[in-house]
Design a protein around this ligand. Sequence first.
Ligand code: BGC
Length: 758
Amino acid sequence: MWTMFAVLLSAFLIFHSGFADASTRSSASRETFIQHLLERMSPEEKVGQLRMRFVGYERPESEVLQTIGKGQTGAMFGMAPRPVLRMLQEAAVNHSRLGIPLFFGFDVVHGHRTIFPISLALASSWDMEAISRSARIAALEASADGLDLTFAPTVDLSRDPRWGRVAEGLGEDPYLASRIASVMVKAFQGIAPDKPGSIMACAKHFALYGAVEGGRDYNNVDMSLVQMYQYYFAPYRAAIDAGAGAMMVMLGSINNVPASADSWLLRKVLRQQMGFSGLTISDHGAVEQLIEHGVARNGGQAAQLAISAGVDISMSDTFYGSQLPAQIRSGQVSRRLIDEAVYKVLAAKYDMGLFEDPFRRIGKALDDPVDPHSEGRLHRAQARDVARRTFVLLKNRNAVLPLAKKTTIAVVGPLAKSTQDMLGTWSAIGDKAQAVSVYEGLERVVGSAALIYARGANVTEDKDVIAYLGPSEIEIDPRPASVMIEEAVQAVRKAEVIVAVVGEARGMSHEGASRTSLDLPGHQPELIQALKATGKPLVLLLMNGRPLSIGKELELADAVLETWYAGTEGGNAIADVLFGDYNPSAKLVMTFPRTVGQIPSYYNHLNTGRPYRLNEERNYTSQYFDATYGPLFSFGYGLSYTEFSLSQMALSSNVMPRSGGISVSVNLANTGQRDGETVVQLYIRDVVASISRPVKELKNFQKVMLKAGEQKVIQFTLDENDLKFYDAQLHYVAEPGEFKVQVGLDSQNVKEQSFELR
Ligand code: BGC
C-alpha cells in the first residue's frame, strides 16, 4: 500500500519543485496532500490517527501490531530498540490500507542516552548556549534511535517546591523560562523538524500544571486570569513562537474544568490567542480520566468532550478508538471536528518528514548499532561541560572551596556512590552503568588513597516512602542509623575535609512525588550534625530536584554546593568544581524557602498594603510571625570562587518616550583572584499602575565571563514592550508613569534608578 502512496507522493515531488527542502515547501502542497489523503479515509482510519499507544521495550504485542495494520493507531510513545520500531512502522506503511506512517514520541527531557542535568539545573546555568547544546545533542541521539518527537520541554512555571515535577521545569520566572523554552524548542527541532538529527518538540503541559493546589500532583489549579496571562502562560507562548510542533495538554483541571475538556483553554487561548496551529496531545490516559474528574459519565461522553475541546491525539487511548467511529457515523460528533484533528496529525507527520521517508530516523537494519549502549554513542565531554555550569555555590565560608588536590577527603553520604540518582528523573534511555558518581569523579582526580568513604545514612528509612519509590529506586543499608553515623564519624577523623553528599533520591522529585516537607529526609540531618561535631571543614554537596529548607544544615556547613542531578558526567563535573578547575557560575531559578510553611515564596510577589520592612515594627505586616522574614535563598542567587561587583549604574535618559527606548549601563568588575562568570540581572518595577504590580520582574540578563581583575561595561536596552502587562480587562498595556530599574547579581542586592514612561 505504501507503494501506491509513494507514487502519489512522487507526483507531488515532481510537480512542486523544491519539495524536498522544508524551507521552500509551499503550504499549498502540504494542504493538498493532506486533504487528498483525508478524503480517502474511513471514520476508523481517521480515528486511528488520533490514537497513541504505548510501545513496550520488547517485541510489540500482537494486538498493537494488528491495530496498526488496520490503520487504527497513528502514533506510539515510549522507547524500544530500532528493530522493534521498524517492525511497527512496517506494519503501518506496508499493511495498513493507506500506508500512513506512525510517529514515535518519547520523554527526551534532559538528554537521551547521554543524560544532561535535570531541567531545573539547566535553567540555573542561565547559559542559553549550553542549554541549546544539551537539547541539540538529545535530539541527535534520540533521532538516531528512531524517535520523531520528544515530550519536552516542560515549561510549567512553579512557585511550589512541594510539587515533585519542579525538577522537570525551568523555575519560577516567566521571562527566563520563556527564553529557555524558546532555545530548547529550536534546538530539538533544528532548522526544521524533518531535518537530519531533528525531532519535533511537544512542549508541556498546557497549561498551568506547575500551579496545582498545595503542590499536590494532579490537583486542581485555582487561578486568576491576570496571573495566567501575565506569568504562567508566557513560556507556552514562547514555545509556540519558537515553532513547537506539538503541545501536551495537562492532566489536571483549571478552575474546576479539566484541561482535556476545556475548549476555552484549548480553542480560545491556545489556538485563537496564542496562534498555535500544531498538534495537541493529551497526557497519559487523560481522556479516560474525565470520568474520574466527574465531567463525563462514560467513555462516549469523555471522548466527545475531549475531541470537542480540542484534544487531537489521545495518549494511551481507549475511548477515542472505541467510541468516536460510531459517534461520527451517527452524527453525534461532526466530521469537521474529526477532520480538523486528523489534519493536525497528518500535518505534523508531514512536517517530521515521515511521508517522504517513514524510516528516516529508524534507518536501515544494516545500519543498526551493534551495541546501542556503546560508549561511542555518548557525548561525555559536552555533558561534563554543561553540567558544571549548572551547580549553584550557596555558601563558601573562609573559601573552603575549591579543595586542594592533595587533600585527604572523607566522602560521606547516601548519594556519594549513587549513579542512578545522578541521572535524575525522566532520564530517558540513560544507563546508570555509564554514569559517574561523585565518589568516582573525585577518585579520578585524587586517587582512591586520598579518599575515605562512609555511607553515613540512608536517604530515608520510612518504609512507606521506600515502598512508594519502589525497591529499584532506592538503596537501603540495613544497619541502624546510629551505627552508620558512628562509622562516618570515625572515618572523618582521618581526613582533612569532609564532602557530604546528601539530598533526595531521584524518585522523590518526580511525577506523582509531592512532599509535605522540604527538609533533608531520613537521618541525614543527624549525620550532618555529627560530622560538624568532628570540627573538620564540612562541604555539603546537595543532590535534589527541588528547593529544600536546609537552614540548619547551612549554618553547620562551611560550604554548600547545589548540584541537582547532574547527569551521566555528574561526578566528573562536580570534581571540576570542587577542585577549582571550573569556577561555579549558576544562579537559582527557584526561591529556597526557610520552611515549607512559607510556600508560595517567590521573588516577583506583590508589595501588599502592609509590606514587611526590615528593622521596622513587624506587627500587622505581611509575614509569618514564627519564622524569619524572607526566603533562605532568593531567585538569582549564587556565589563564585571570585568576587564580582557592580558600580556606576546609569540610564541613558530618565524619560522613555513610547516609541523609543532607554539604555541601562553598569560596570561589572571581577575583583577577586580567579577568572569567572556571573549573571548580571535586570529587573523593573512599575511603581503605580491600574493594578498592583510586582516588587520586581526580570526583564533581561547577561552571563558574562571576566578574567581576574577585569572590568566591563554591561549594556541593556529597555523599550515599551518590556513595560507591558495584562490589566484587569486583560489588555496588554504599558501605562505611563514611574518605573524603577534594578541591576544586580541576584534579585535582592540591586542598584536602582528610575525613569518615567511618557
Ligand atoms: C507525564 C507526561 C509524559 C507522559 C508520557 C505522563 O504521565 O505527565 O509528562 O510525557 O507521561 O510518558
